[in-house]
Structures are given as C-alpha cells and as structure tokens.
Design a protein around this ligand. Structure first.
Ligand SMILES: NC(=O)c1ccc[n+]([C@@H]2O[C@H](COP(=O)([O-])OP(=O)(O)OC[C@H]3O[C@@H](n4cnc5c(N)ncnc54)[C@H](O)[C@@H]3O)[C@@H](O)[C@H]2O)c1
Length: 326
C-alpha cells in the first residue's frame, strides 16, 4: 500500500517507516524537519501541502503520527498546537475521504486521560485507565488538542464510514523524564513498563496492526502500552505500597534490582490497561516488565532505548510550524 506517514522524522516515525517498508508498503514521509525517512518537508497544517502529497504520491492510506506533543509545550504557542494537531488532522482526514481511502490511523496519547487530579495522585488508590475512562479532562494544550483530533476522527468515520483507528499510546520517548526526579532514567523507565510505557518498536508495531484492522473495525480508540501484570484489585495496594505488590508478582525483582542499584517504586498512581487492544487488534507488545527482569538476570542489554539528549525534530522545523499560526 502507498502509505503517507506524518511525523516521519520523529522518534516514532523513524522506527515505523522502515518496518512498514519491510512489509512491502511504499512509504511517503511528511514532516516539518528533514530526516532519512522524510520525502516531503512541509506541515500537515497546510491543506495545499497535504493535497499535493496525496496527488504526487498517489497515497492510499495515512498513518498520522506527526504532532506537537508534551515537550513542545514550552517551545510553541497554543495556536501552533491547534494548527498542527487539530487542523492538521482535519486536513488529512478530509484528503483521505476525498481520495476514497478505507483506513486511517492516528497516534494519540494516554496523557489526555490524565486530569490534574490524577496527575496530582490525590486518590487513595491507583487509577485504572482503560478506553472507557471518563470524563476526559486533559490538563494541557497537548491533551486538549489530541482529544479534539480524536473527536474529528470519530466524527469523520461516522459520516463517511472510512475505517479510523486512534491509538492512545503511553510513553515511549527516549529522553529523561521532565521531572528529573530520582530514580535515574533507566531505573525509572524500567519501572514504567509495569504500568505506563512501551518500547518505540512496540508502538510502531501497534500502528501496523491498526492499519491492517481499521477497515474491519470501523472506528476504535485503543490504548497501546506494555501489558500490565496488575489487576484492578491491586489499585489500593499499588498506592499504599507498590513495591509489595510488585514483589508478589515478581519475587525475584528485589534482588535483581538491588544488584544494579535500582529501586522499586514506593507508590503507583495510575495503570494503563491495554487488554482491549490485544483482543480487538490481536496486538500484544513484545516487551514488558518481565522482559526487563530477564535482561537484568542474563546481563543482556536492556530491552528499551534511552537517549538523554533526544530533542524533537519539531525544533528544527520550527519555522514551518510557526508559519501555520502566522
Ligand atoms: N514520545 C512519547 O512518549 C509519546 C507518548 C504518547 C503519544 N505520543 C505521540 O506519538 C506521536 C509521535 O511522537 P514522537 O515521540 O515520535 O515525537 P517527535 O517529536 O519525535 O516526532 C513528532 C514529529 O512530528 C513532526 N511535526 C511537528 N509538527 C508538524 C507539522 N505541523 N507537520 C508535519 N510534521 C510535524 C516533528 O517535526 C517530529 O518529527 C505524536 O503524535 C505524539 O503525540 C508520543
């Protein structure tokens, strides 16, 4: 299939493009910043650019991963988020419908399910988050614009019947957490595989599964995150003493962590449940917390990437992004 991949220079895009190509797809990358998988430099916020790419490359389906996201909040005004994340999604949806596509995949974020109260962990138990979680009260312009984009996808699918899948992915970024609080980055990322992270390779494969299933599913919003070992009944314990709950499922975790100087989390405030994605899309991430412990046990490299110096290419394409809101 001739696939338009937006955000092809970004962290997800640079992993997804070669995987799509390996499956025989002809990939056209569109991004505001140059990169080895980007054939067209331009913004999704420009309908002219989108129409030109569709015509020049005879596009047959879209994976829309390009966006301004959380780290961009300090770099771009709110209007740029609306232009890129909302107008850009509308442009792509309308172009896909006009071209008669039967499928469309949009990358969204679990972060739009995190209200200020969930973020502040005011509850006496961990919050269990699946696709049915409501009300949705995103706490920043990133979440607000991603939710608006999701709703455009829902509306467009309802009106036209084009298959549309929205993937709410949890964390897969390689850089350090923006809180820069302890524990160190590798330890924190490892902990997050219990409840709120997946590898970028698994995030890419989730998109491929979604692309395959979209026409048959119609419309679906799915969480993509490493399978959690926890149950809903663990929520009180996770908030009170997460390490005890983890020891229950992984008795060897303490010793393996101690050997590396790592620490288990004291408390966990939220858990993403991606089981519906496995049921409906037939996709289960290859890497989970058990994989991390196996690597610690055998001395194999950690099964996730860490790059403290990673900065989104959107900064390189800032002139084009800002042009949209001029
Ligand atoms: N990184 C994570 O942990 C994470 C978590 C949840 C969801 N997501 C979502 O995954 C997707 C990919 O994120 P990423 O981690 O690869 O981020 P990234 O910043 O590395 O990549 C995003 C890409 O989009 C491009 N872009 C920005 N504005 C654009 C525009 N107007 N037109 C065309 N391209 C534009 C950027 O230049 C960049 O290359 C995004 O939709 C993001 O919201 C990321």
């Amino acid at each position: 299939m001739r696939v338009l991949l937006t955000g092809s220079t970004g962290w997800l895009g640079r992993h997804l493009a070669p995987r799509l190509a390996a499956l025989g797809h002809e990939v056209t990358g569109l991004d505001v910043a140059p990169g080895p998988h980007t054939q067209v430099i331009g913004s999704v916020a420009s309908r002219t650019t989108v129409d030109r790419v569709f015509a020049d490359h005879s596009i047959e389906s879209v994976i829309h991963a390009g966006a301004l996201h959380k780290p961009d909040i300090s770099r771009f005004p709110a209007q740029a988020f609306i232009d890129t994340n909302v107008t850009g999604t509308l442009n792509l949806l309308e172009a896909a419908v006009a071209a008669g596509h039967d499928r469309f995949v949009m990358t969204s974020t679990t972060s739009l399910m995190i209200s200020q109260a969930i973020r502040d962990e005011v509850s006496d138990h961990a919050i269990w988050l699946d696709e049915a979680h409501a009300p949705l009260q995103p706490r920043n312009i990133y979440g607000v614009t991603k939710l608006a984009a999701e709703n455009l996808c829902r509306q467009m699918q309802g009106e036209t019947g084009m298959g549309v899948i929205v993937l709410r992915t949890s964390r897969f970024f390689p850089e350090d957490d923006d809180t820069h609080a302890p524990p160190p980055a590798d330890n924190l990322k490892a902990n997050e595989f219990l409840h709120r992270r997946l590898t970028v390779e698994d995030a890419a494969d989730a998109h491929i599964a979604a692309l395959e299933k979209a026409p048959e599913i119609g419309f679906g919003v799915y969480i993509a995150s490493a399978p959690t070992p926890f149950q809903r009944s663990d929520c009180a314990g996770l908030k009170r003493d997460a390490a005890a709950v983890i020891r229950h499922y992984f008795p060897e975790a303490d010793a393996l962590y101690a050997a590396r100087g790592w620490i288990l989390p004291d408390t966990i405030g939220r858990v993403y449940d991606a089981s519906r994605t496995e049921q409906d899309l037939g996709f289960r991430p290859a890497t989970d917390f058990g994989s991390v412990l196996s690597a610690l046990k055998t001395g194999a490299p950690l099964p996730f990437q860490h790059d403290s110096g990673y900065v989104s290419p959107s900064t390189l394409g800032a002139a084009l992004v800002s042009e949209d809101c001029a």
